[in-house]
Design a protein around this ligand. Structure first.
Ligand code: UDP
Ligand code: MG
Length: 309
């Protein structure tokens, strides 16, 4: 019996390259013991990516297009791709050929040998700029410290067995970190090193601010340690206050009331800062709770046009 492997490709504003890339991905991913299908998830592109994907689908019937009503983000696109994939295994990869599709037959071989997750890990970070490297380094170091998961070099380029996909889809969680959840799940896995290729045209759509928000959300969705740090901060401030208090009282009983303007100023600033930072951290978690409790879907699929009759 032939196996079906689904390829999930998130697409956002890639009109210049997506038509050729989808064909190139299918060509490179082919193998003789499995069939392929490709789900291109158009994440609310503002250019003509949808039309390009539909064109690709008209040329090659293995390609399907799922379009969002607006931009919901790459995580949502991966989620929708997994939800629409029918394969016995699913491979998630970028649409800009930075995740070399030539690796897919090798990933499939590992899967056939019985592994549930096959991850392509970055041997190096390609020719990404230095400050990106530093940012990523800081993120993975913090993530390791806070969440206890070492994701260094990990990417979203992964093959998942149907079992893993179904488990992933059954999670009630809405705001997800794909890489983190698969790492956390701990299924038997293999790693294949790869070199991040240069982008095959177009430009990255991740601004520094978007990356920072993504990083903070991912850390706090895997760890409540920042909340505990708030208590530590409180204890620290209290201890500091205690020392200052005793010193001030001692001075007063000695009859040497000090010129306390600077001290008071400093205390107000330090305590005010500590309280506001703590509130910010708590506020962040409350916002995350609020988002999850509302239970809105992580994405909405654009309905296909109704026939005019
Ligand atoms: N992408 C997406 N939604 C977004 C941003 C990006 O689906 O809001 C897709 C994009 O089309 C690409 C992949 O995610 O297939 C990786 O994006 P990009 O190449 O811009 O990021 P980088 O490789 O620089 O991390
Ligand atoms: Mg890219």
């Amino acid at each position: 019996m032939a196996h079906l492997i689904s390829l999930v490709v998130p697409v956002f504003n890639e009109e210049a390259i997506i038509l050729d890339n989808l064909a190139a991905i299918l060509r490179a991913a082919s193998g003789d013991w499995y069939e392929l299908e490709l789900i291109a998830v158009d994440d609310g592109s503002r250019d003509r990516s949808t039309q390009q994907i539909e064109k690709a689908a008209a040329i090659d019937s293995r390609i399907r297009c799922v379009s969002f009503t607006r931009n919901f983000g790459k995580e949502a696109a991966i989620h929708a791709g997994l939800a629409n994939a029918k394969g016995d295994a699913v491979v998630v990869l970028d649409g800009d050929l930075q995740h070399p599709p030539e690796l897919i037959p090798q990933m499939a071989d590992y899967w056939r040998k019985g592994l549930f997750v096959v991850e392509a890990v970055k041997a190096d970070r390609g020719n990404e700029r230095m400050h990106d490297g530093l940012f990523a380094y800081a993120f993975y170091a913090l993530f390791r410290r806070f969440a206890g998961l070492d994701l260094r070099g990990h990417s979203d380029f992964k093959l998942l067995d149907r079992e893993v996909v179904d488990t992933y889809l059954a999670f009630p969680e809405r705001q997800r970190f794909f890489r983190g959840i698969i790492g956390w799940a701990g299924y038997p896995s293999a790693q294949i090193p790869f070199t991040v290729a240069e982008r095959a045209g177009g430009a990255t759509s991740w601004s520094k601010l978007k990356l920072l928000r993504y990083a903070i959300n991912n850390i706090t969705s895997f760890s409540s340690l920042p909340l505990k740090l708030v208590s530590l901060l409180g204890i620290g401030t209290l201890a500091f206050g205690g020392v200052i208090g005793i010193l001030s009282l001692a001075r007063k009983f000695e009859g040497k009331a000090i010129d306390g303007f600077t001290t008071v100023n400093l205390l107000v600033i330090i305590i005010g800062g500590a309280i506001l930072i703590s509130l910010g951290i708590i506020g962040h978690y409350v916002a995350r709770l609020y988002d999850e409790v509302k239970g809105r879907p992580a994405y909405l699929i654009k309905p296909s046009k109704k026939n005019e009759t």
